[in-house]
Every structure is written in structure tokens, then in C-alpha cells.
Design a binder for this molecule. Structure first.
Ligand SMILES: [Zn+2]
Length: 787
């Protein structure tokens, strides 16, 4: 792969090295122990492999076969990829194997050998071995007639129908625990920065390569995707924080999203620790070796390895005091089938096909937090969850996943939330203030169950497919939860649109153009090299995690499309789209083309795939529609109300500055009550003022009780305090930087640019307090600003 012209990563690009076209992992069995003192996770992983479609086919004309077309709709594939000499050496399966009885026949040249490439970094691999599954008695019962007994057994195992998944999992487990290995000689392996390469001496083709491989390894305390840190109670914990390098520092895996696989994991941790994972079952700990408990999780739905998630800490579960919802629909007879689904995905036990699952509005859910946040999590998150889940179900239908855990993650977590199958990580920043921020964020993360997880992006650079959709749906779900009337809902949406528009224009002015494009690979999107490897553009750029352009521009594109069609029809279409594409990976055009086909009237308004690409997805800067549209949002009554209040404050400040007699009259101004989103806008407008008196800022603070508001409000308040050197609020700024790390990154920059000694000292002090707990890329960005 070193010679492939497709792979020329600059330092910001992440290589996805795995040669998924040659060999595909179908199932992982992880057997791991968490060693808190050493900050290491150690054990083994067994990979059940199947030769990829590209491993044997080479059509007569010499073109590489289309190996990737799993979604059956996206037509882009690797027909243009060059045929490397290595590819020409691939031997069709019907030819006799070159390796007999482990003896090296004929080939001394290692470069002739087939290499299994796995994505991997920061791991210490000690041994790689080929499992002998022929000794697993139950497996032998699977009727196999093929001559190649060994490969035949594993092939039979991985292709068992989903109705037999329990038997299949049991067999996977038995195989993975087999102590018998083929030959006593381990497989050869080599590691470089991003990958683990495995060979078997003399084996030249994927078809002759072992189908069950065990890798013994351990993680490193500073591994790039496994975060060891302290929770808010000061106790050690570890979690996968959704790093750009995904899970390759947790286990060797195939990262390209097309490598969808299932997994089972047995994780042992000290008895006082709770192991949460993205498995579909609620695991209950079983006693293991002294001082340890064992947690077993699994999934039956094949997913990209990047969605695997684990969090181990002394989390406590928030208690359900009263059942505040009645899932009455469960008792209803199956509806007459107004939602007809046809599953087009690989075979797995799909909830879309199960009557009771389809009408389940609220899936089982739990909330976990460190003890100091348990009460807040219980009061804030727990009552919201069933409401948000119900709203999501009423808009999109079937929950794709059977359960949900929510974990309040350590303060160094770099965003407000992150969704994985069956588990959502939530920042402590959503726990303060009114419920709006928390509720909207939960809606956002729940929306990812459909967009981002059940339907994933086939090309990771098209992040808008998950983030734009979740941002758009967050508003839809949240107005359902609040039971707003049409007019109120519309007003709230317009206010939010305006806030997002302001954020987007700010970001577009202050970022590299290259990072502003939603479909960076343009017409080459989804293409991979002959082996299946590719690079993810800009994935490692440290600024990228703090950019919102995919969320915001993506959201506005959907809003634009909804405006053309009408929201009701648009959301109805979402349901149909989900019905067709769940369990599959998509490219932008899969959604857009289906939409354009469903609403042919759009083309008469000049809206076509090409124009959407050129206006929205393939170019930087603000799309034209948005430039005009924001003036309408400014006229919304909720926004007008804010403007009225802003005028009062400016007047107050002006008069307050003039004389002390007038100043006393000031506090009698009648300020209207504003909701949290309005407050954010009010503070943003006030941020545009050059002069605001100290008494104005004091009154502002006490009028709205700003330090007790949600993190979005507090953020603007801190910006105001910094801008006007309002020393009375410096404590608020300090607390915000320490407790709201997901949002405070750019506040450091603002503290530094004013060249005020006291502000700079504050920034440095906060950094020194939290630097060890901070997210690595946040720390890099902040240190660059400060040092
Ligand atoms: Zn299905």
C-alpha cells in the first residue's frame, strides 16, 4: 500500500489502512482486563475473517472488480484505481493453495506473501496466532463438505443466518477460547505508525490466509483514542472519547466504514468499577478473578468498528423515582402497517421487522454519572429522556437500537455530547440552567441513532450526513417535547436559525476555506484504493473538532429543502428514507437523489443534484440562499423582543455613564423576561457594543442571574466580561473555563488578545489547573494561544 498514489496523506489526513477489499473482519471477540493502576487495557482480540470480494475477482479486461458496492445505490467505486503489480499476482481461489502443511513451498520472497493490514496505533502487540477451530466440537457439527475444512468451518460460521445468532455467538466464543493454535509458530507481524501488518509464511492469497486470528496486545496509557483521566470526584476512569483516530488505539481493527462487523466483548474491571459499552444488552457483572468483575456485551447488528465505545469508571446509576411515562402502545395490537419496511441491509435481527419493537415509543434507558453529578443527572436528564425518545419515535418511527445508556463524562470531554449505539456521552455543561440546553442536546444525540449510526456516511469526510441531520432533527424533536403550537415552534426555530447563522458566518470568516467544504472529495467521494484503503482528509487537523461548519451548513441545507417541500412532507420523507437505508452506508447523493425523485416539482424550481452540490456541498463560504434568508429571521417576534431589550440596555448604559443621578433611576427600567435562547442573542447583540458601563454589566448579571444560566448563556456572559474587563465577573470566567471545557476553548484566545496582564494571568492559571484533564486537541489549541 505504500506505493498507492491514492494515499498521500499530508499531516492532517488520517490514513485508513485496512485492506478490506482483500479480507474482511466479520466478527471480533474481545477478551480484556482493565488495569487501573497501570492505566492499561490488556488481553486478546480474535478476528473472524472472510476473503473480501476483491480478493479473487479480476475480470478478463484486467479491471479491478467492483468490490465496494454494498449499498447498491451509490455507484461510485474504484474503477479508476490503478492496478498495482501486487494485484496482478492475486491467485484465483480455484488454483491449488501454495502452502501445504505449513511448509514453505517455492517462495522465499516475502513481498509475494499476502499481508493482512489492520488499522492500529499506540498498541503493544506481543503475539499473533492462527486459531485451530477444528477442535471446537460444536463447530464441527456444522455440516461442511468442502475440502478445505478449516476455512470452510469459519466461512460457515460467519454466514449463519441471523435467526441463529445466539448459537453463532456461542460458537464464536468457543472458538475464541480455543487454546489450540495452528502450528506452534506464531504469525509474523509488523507495526508502523498507523497499522498492524500480519503475514503467514508462504501464504500469498487471502483465500489461504487464516480465517481466525488471535492478537495478544495491550493499550498504552497515552494511547490516542483511549482516554485515561479523573472523573469529577477525582477518581480514575477510562473511556473512548471519539477521537479522530477512532478505536485503533483500543484494538487492532478495520476502520474503513464499509468494514461492518459484529462483536462480543468480555471486559474485566475492579469490583468497584462499572463497565459501560455500546453493546445491545444491559450487562450485569459476574464475579471474575480476585477483585475483578466481568462484563459481557455484544451486538448483532454489523456496524463500523469506529462505533465501538467503552467507559469504565466508578459511575453510579441515577434512580428512577416514578415511572413518568406509560408505554401504552406496547399493549396495542400491531398497527395496520402504515409503515412498510423492506430491509435492504445485510442479514441481522432488525427491529424494523419486529412488530412490538416498531411501536415501542420509549426504549429502556438508564443514566450514569459520577457521584457529585448524580443528583443533577437524576433531576435533569432522567425526566427528559422518555420525552425525547417519544418525540424521536413520533417523527422517525422505530428506534433502531433496543436500549440507551446516558453517561455524564469527565469534565475534559471536548464536546457537549457524543452518540454511539446504545450509549450517549453527555457533558456536565448541559446540567446547569434551565432544561433547554440539555433537552435539545439529548434530542440531537438521539437523532444520531438514525443519522450517523443506523445510517452511516460511507465517506467520513461527509460528516454533514450525521451532524447536519442531527442538528436539524434536534429542533423538530425538541418542539415536540415542549408541545409547542405551530406559531411558537416556528418562532423558536427562527430564533435558533438566526443564532446558528451568526455562528456560521463567524466561523466562515475565521477558518480555512478548505475546511468549509461539506463534500471535500466531491465527485470522488466514497472512492477507495484497490485494497480498500483511503485517507480521511483533514481528520487530524487540531482545529477541526472545534468547527461547526458540518453541523450548521448541513442543517441549513436541510432547512432550505424543507422550505421547498413543506416540513410535514419533508419529515414524512425522512421516514421513508430511513425505512429504505437503515443498516447501510450512504453518500450525499443517495439522500438527495431520492428526495429529488420523490418531489419532482423541485427541479422546476431549478433545484437539481448539481446545483445542491455546487451551492451547498462542494464550495466554501455562505450559500446564497442563506445570505437573504437571515433578514427574515431578524423579523421574528422573538427576535424583535430581544432587540427591544437590547435598546433598553444600551440606553441604560449610555445614561448611566452620564451622571450618577440618572444612574439611580436606571434599575427601574422594566426589562422583560427572556428565555435562554433569547438571552444568548441579547448578549451577542450587546457584545457588538463598544462601550457598556460597569454598572450596566452588574445589572445585566443580576437581572438575568447569569451565572446560574445554561452554558451557552454563560459563555456569552464570559465573553462580555472579558471584552469589557469587567473584573467583578472574572470568577465566573474562571469557573466557566474549568467546568465547561467543551465550550471554553476560544475564550482563552479572547483573554490573550487584549494584552491585559490580569486576563492573561487568569487564562494561564486556568490552563495550569485543568491541563491534565483536558482533551488533547483542546489543550494543543489552547497552548498555542497562550504560550
Ligand atoms: Zn432492517
Amino acid at each position: 500500500m505504500e506505493s498507492s498514489p491514492d494515499l498521500d496523506p499530508n499531516k492532517d489526513d488520517l490514513p485508513l489502512c485496512a485492506n478490506t477489499n482483500h479480507m474482511l473482519v466479520r466478527h471480533y471477540v474481545l477478551d480484556l482486563a482493565v488495569y487501573i493502576q497501570r492505566k492499561v487495557i490488556a488481553g486478546s482480540i480474535v478476528l473472524f475473517l472472510e476473503p473480501g470480494l476483491g480478493s479473487s475477482k479480476q475480470c478478463e479486461s484486467g479491471c479491478a472488480s467492483n468490490t465496494q458496492d454494498q449499498s447498491q445505490v451509490s455507484t461510485k467505486h474504484d474503477i479508476n484505481s490503478p492496478i498495482t503489480p501486487e494485484h496482478k499476482r492475486l491467485i484465483p481461489p480455484e488454483e491449488p493453495p501454495y502452502l501445504i502443511g505449513g511448509m514453505d513451498v517455492g517462495s522465499e520472497d516475502e513481498s509475494e506473501e499476502f499481508t493482512l493490514v489492520l488499522d492500529c496505533c499506540d498498541l503493544v502487540v506481543s503475539r499473533v496466532e492462527e486459531l485451530d477451530v477444528t477442535t471446537v466440537l460444536d463447530l464441527k457439527k456444522l455440516d461442511v463438505n468442502e475440502q478445505d475444512v478449516y476455512a470452510g468451518l469459519v466461512q460457515r460460521l460467519v454466514s449463519m443466518p441471523s435467526s441463529c445468532w445466539r448459537t453463532q455467538h456461542e460458537l464464536y466464543l468457543q472458538c475464541s477460547r480455543s487454546s489450540n493454535i495452528v502450528n506452534t509458530q506464531p504469525l509474523q507481524f509488523h507495526m508502523d505508525r498507523w497499522s498492524l501488518q500480519i503475514r503467514k509464511k508462504g501464504v500469498r492469497t487471502p483465500h489461504d490466509f487464516p480465517c481466525a486470528v488471535r492478537i495478544w496486545y495491550e493499550t498504552k496509557p497515552t494511547g490516542g483514542s483511549v482516554r485515561w483521566t479523573k472523573d469529577q470526584d477525582g477518581r480514575c476512569c477510562v473511556y473512548t472519547m471519539g477521537s479522530p483516530i477512532n478505536n485503533r488505539a483500543l484494538f487492532p481493527c478495520q476502520e474503513p466504514p464499509v468494514a461492518m462487523s459484529t462483536w462480543q466483548a468480555c471486559v474485566r474491571a475492579p469490583c468497584d468499577f462499572t463497565v459501560l459499552m455500546s453493546g445491545e444488552n444491559q450487562a450485569f457483572p459476574e464475579p471474575a478473578e480476585t477483585g475483578f468483575q466481568q462484563w459481557d456485551y455484544y451486538v448483532t447488528m454489523p456496524m463500523p468498528a469506529s462505533t465501538f465505545t467503552i467507559a469504565v469508571g466508578q459511575w453510579l446509576e441515577a434512580e428512577v423515582k416514578v415511572t413518568n411515562y406509560v408505554d401504552d402502545k406496547l399493549s396495542l395490537p400491531l398497527d395496520s402497517g402504515d409503515e412498510e419496511y423492506i430491509c435492504s441491509h445485510m442479514d441481522y435481527p432488525c427491529r424494523f421487522m419486529v412488530g412490538p419493537a416498531r411501536v415501542q415509543t420509549v426504549i429502556p434507558h438508564r443514566v450514569f454519572a459520577p457521584s457529585c453529578h448524580l443528583q443533577k443527572a437524576q433531576d435533569m436528564v432522567l425526566p427528559l429522556l422518555p420525552l425525547c425518545l417519544t418525540a424521536a419515535h413520533s417523527v422517525l418511527g422505530v428506534h433502531p437500537f433496543p436500549r440507551l445508556d446516558v453517561l455524564i463524562v469527565p469534565s475534559g470531554f471536548s464536546s457537549l455530547g457524543m452518540a454511539s449505539p446504545h450509549i450517549v456521552f453527555l457533558s456536565q455543561s448541559v446540567l446547569t440552567g434551565e432544561r433547554n440546553l440539555c433537552g435539545a442536546r439529548l434530542c440531537h444525540e438521539i437523532a444520531h441513532s438514525w443519522f450517523g449510526l443506523a445510517i452511516g456516511a460511507r465517506d467520513w469526510t461527509e460528516e454533514w450526513i450525521s451532524e447536519g441531520f442531527a442538528t436539524y432533527l434536534e429542533d423538530v424533536f425538541w418542539s415536540h417535547v415542549q408541545k409547542l403550537g405551530c406559531r411558537e415552534a416556528e418562532e423558536q426555530r427562527q430564533l435558533k436559525a438566526l443564532l446558528r447563522w451568526r455562528r456560521l458566518s463567524d466561523e466562515l470568516q475565521n477558518s480555512e476555506e478548505e475546511l468549509q467544504v461539506l463534500r471535500p472529495n466531491k465527485e470522488n467521494t466514497g472512492e477507495v484504493s484497490e485494497s480498500g484503503a483511503s485517507v480521511v482528509k483533514h481528520a487530524l487537523n487540531p482545529e477541526k473538532p472545534f468547527m461547526q461548519v458540518h453541523y450548521l451548513k448541513g442543517y441549513f441545507l436541510l432547512k432550505f429543502l424543507a422550505d421547498q417541500i413543506g416540513e410535514e412532507k419533508f419529515l414524512q420523507f425522512f421516514k421513508v428514507f430511513v425505512g429504505k437505508f437503515h443498516g447501510q452506508l450512504i453518500l450525499s447523493q443517495d439522500f438527495l437523489q431520492m428526495l429529488l425523485d420523490a418531489f419532482p416539482a423541485m427541479s422546476s424550481q431549478g433545484i437539481a443534484l448539481e446545483t445542491i452540490f455546487s451551492d451547498w456541498l462542494d464550495t466554501p463560504e455562505m450559500p446564497e440562499w442563506l445570505r437573504d434568508e437571515c433578514s427574515e429571521w431578524l423579523r421574528t417576534p422573538a427576535v424583535q423582543e430581544v432587540k427591544g431589550e437590547v435598546a433598553k440596555w444600551i440606553h441604560f448604559s449610555g445614561s448611566g455613564g452620564k451622571g450618577s443621578k440618572r444612574k439611580r433611576a436606571g434599575p427601574k427600567v422594566n426589562f422583560k423576561e427572556l428565555n435562554p435562547e433569547q438571552l444568548v442573542l441579547l448578549l451577542e447583540f450587546l457584545l457588538e457594543e463598544c462601550n457598556l458601563s460597569a454598572s450596566t454589566l452588574r445589572l445585566l448579571q443580576s437581572t438575568y442571574n447569569l451565572q446560574a444560566q445554561d452554558a451557552e448563556v454563560k459563555h456569552r456572559w464570559c465573553e462580555l466580561a472579558v471584552k469589557h474587563k469587567h473584573t467583578a465577573a472574572y470568577r465566573d470566567v474562571e469557573l466557566f473555563l474549568i467546568h465547561d471545557q467543551a465550550m471554553g476553548v476560544y475564550l482563552y484566545g479572547e483573554l490573550m488578545v487584549q494584552e491585559d496582564a490580569r486576563q492573561q494571568a487568569l487564562a494561564r492559571r486556568c490552563l495550569s489547573i485543568i491541563k491534565d484533564d483536558m482533551d488533547q486537541s483542546a489543550r494543543t489549541v489552547v497552548e498555542e494561544m497562550i504560550l
